[in-house]
Design a protein around this ligand. Structure first.
Ligand SMILES: [Fe+2]
Length: 227
């Protein structure tokens, strides 16, 4: 991944984006470690130290691009270790005429994603609060649309249809960017992009570029390191 990221840095330099977004599962930590234990003869503390060293490498890679970036944790990232390196859930951030909201949502006990508590409040405030009446991009690890069932799991949020309708009704959201489901997906309808790029960690190491311009249709293009 280190080599793939270095190659990606070259492509970023060519594309000169306004902002970089990574939507979670930065690492692939074992469930036992995330639950506070260890799967092998290494101690939990050693696992956590290794994870933080890896997060630090990724953070330093982002910093080296000199492009503003937003990164959120996925279900395979220990959220506490992630927050120690990248900081906690960020406040809404304005970049290039768009307001970026980061939702650190969780899986429910049945492993279907859910948006509850403070995340739900942030979502409702983004869509209806007078202070946020502006073009928005929402980042979360999990997907809202399309409904996706694979390998015995539901990948979209509980209540995803309602979340989607609320986004449409607001007229504020230009793009909903997610991760988690490695094959990826793209729904582009009524001026709103629901995008989940194919996982960068798998060959051909895909990434997406979004051109979001006021008064114009958003352009989404797929790229990969290996083509
Ligand atoms: Fe995930």
């Amino acid at each position: 991944m280190r080599a793939a990221l270095d190659r990606l840095a070259g492509r970023i330099k060519e594309a000169t984006p306004d902002v970089l977004v990574m939507t979670g599962d930065i690492l692939d930590m074992p469930d036992e470690v995330i639950a506070g234990g260890t799967p092998d003869d290494r101690s939990h503390d050693q696992w956590m130290a290794d994870a933080k060293a890896d997060f630090r490498q990724v953070r330093d890679w982002f910093t080296s691009t000199a492009v503003p970036f937003l990164v959120i944790p996925g279900n395979h990232d220990h959220a506490g270790a992630f927050a120690q390196i990248f900081g906690g859930p960020p406040e809404p951030r304005d970049i290039a005429g768009l307001r970026f909201f980061c939702f650190w949502d969780e899986l429910a006990n049945d492993r279907q994603p859910q948006r509850t508590g403070a995340r739900k409040e942030l979502f409702e405030n983004a869509l209806t609060g007078p202070a946020h009446d502006c073009p928005q991009v929402h980042l979360q690890h999990y997907m809202i649309d399309p409904p996706t069932f694979a390998k015995g799991w539901r990948y979209e949020y509980k209540g995803a249809r309602k979340l989607k309708r609320e986004i449409e009704r607001s007229g504020r959201v230009r793009a909903v960017l997610s991760g988690h489901y490695h094959p990826g997906s793209l729904v582009h309808k009524d001026g709103i992009v629901h995008s989940l790029p194919p996982a960068f960690c798998e060959a051909p190491h895909g990434f997406r570029i979004y051109d979001i311009v006021a008064g114009a249709t958003t352009m989404v293009t797929d790229h990969a390191l290996d083509v």
